[in-house]
Design a binder for this molecule. Sequence first.
Ligand code: ADP
Ligand code: ZN
Length: 622
Amino acid sequence: MPSDLPASAAAPTASPLMQRARRVLHQVYGYDAFRGQQGEIVQRVAKGGDALVLMPTGGGKSICYQVPALLRGGVGVVISPLIALMQDQVEALRANGVRAAALNSSLDVGEQRRIEQAALTGELDLLYLAPERLSTERTLELLDRLAISVFAIDEAHCVAQWGHDFRPDYLQLEVLHERWPTVPRIALTATATPATRAEIVDRLHLEDAQVFVSSFDRPNIQYRIVPKHRPVEQLVSFIRDEHAGEAGIVYCLSRASVERTADALNERGIAALIYHAGLPNELRAANQARFLQEDGLVMVATIAFGMGIDKPDVRFVAHLDLPKSIEGYYQETGRAGRDGLPATAWLAYGLQDVVQQRQMIERGAGDPMHKRAQTRALDAMLALCETLECRRVRLLAHFGEASAPCGNCDTCLTPPERFDATVPAQKLLSTIVRLQRERGQHFGAGHLIDILLGHETDRVHGYHHDELSTFGIGTELQPAQWRAVIRQLLALGYLRTSPDRYATLGITEAAIPVLKGEQALELRRDLGAAAQRGSRRGPRSAAAVADLPEALHPLFERLRHWRSETAKAQGVPAYIVFTDATLRAIAAAQPASTQALSQVSGVGEAKLAVYGEAILEIVADF
Ligand code: ADP
Ligand code: ZN
């Protein structure tokens, strides 16, 4: 958990600058210590140096530029790619008593003028700007007249031209360095690949920047990948058993499945909203706003949803379809647990996913090179799904980071049963080869399983497949287990499917040594659906209060209720009032005085003044 991470720089030897920095951190944000590299980054930028910060989602990037801005005086200018993201930050800053505003296309002229005026008269500490503003002479002239403390470039990977979030407007950020060479610049991103990093340095001229790379691990997220049987039922039990009443995101591949899934959740009493590119703009915006503002809603969405969602208390991210790459999966699951409290990344994955994704690549437009890149990305994702080792070790290795088994993923918690699948695989592979060689026939998984199990179906009779020497030789496995074997052989590259709609199976080069008995094969033995359910921890209290003593849960609930009323009255998201982490810390400390409350992490001076009385009353009452 982030609060357990080592604080940088021990207090006694801190320089006067860092003593001031820590005072700001405490007074404004109510935090005791910088987290991870925050302290060093703040020091670098506050002293006027450039920095490039690579830190995972939830790592605490905002502090890295906000504190230097407050220390240096003048106004800190923050370039941010999304209006929602800016508004969220501005609200959070204002709730902490910081003078912040945003200039973007959502404002009318009058509001714009007022904000510009406030900046000019020194009434702003932080000014958020949309990147396209920098192409207007008006904005450049405004900036010329300001005392700028620092330029912060948020989501800096948007400058990478081959990246998935490329924003042409970001290319103009060159101007910052050219026009205001003495103002320190800090670029921040949660996208880690070395290529992206090099491109950021190059395009933003950050050659002199000190680079701060944090671990990309998100230790509070529990990664789990389960075999897909009846996905919606599995999802419902997952939410009911582990995240009842908590906020979460459910990703689906298609708009239709988004709608179906949300209906199914609502029917079962789990309040769900939808979000996809096919909805009218107003509805999409309204659903997003509700998800942010209200407690405990589930958002069912396509991957169109999520960029710029800063909600810290998303307790789970579920995938009902296979993501196309580990990068995508990591970005999406990274939206869980930004507040550092326990969260779950849950993915249901099955044979159909492999077939569908491979076909989508084959049939899709694009040149062979592009298709090969897509195939490589999918293969890495599939290897993650089928691994018998720690999921986190795999994930981090993908981003070039070495680690040890984590103890907080499904393969660590309940090591998968392995079995020697060489013989079953040979039976299947030779059935496929015989059908093809002897009869020129190709079939999909269902019929092959019927042959192996000796099922006397119409199709088996029609083709006289009961005469095959492999007919009925596979009764040692259940149908579901055969599907699991086929899924793994496909995922691991021993089988391939035809690109037509029949998705018939063929063998690959890699399968030949297995077929010849030259290579053994160890696979996961998937537990059946029933066993899977029983193997989990069973119902438990909400993750946010997981390690709060049972007796204090009612207090936490009262605080949460108060927070939700307060947020509604003020028209801001609940987490702007206080995060779950802070409510939990208040419940644990049960402060009896203003002094005691001010010691709780997340309670800064502004919030103490506004909410202190109400909180103390609730605690005393309890
Ligand atoms: P990022 O932008 O890197 O995703 P944020 O800046 O939104 O991360 O911070 C994530 C969460 O961690 C927020 O709830 C924030 O208030 C909290 N946080 C950041 N720094 C600290 C700190 N030094 N101590 C305690 N909590 C912190
Ligand atoms: Zn693990």
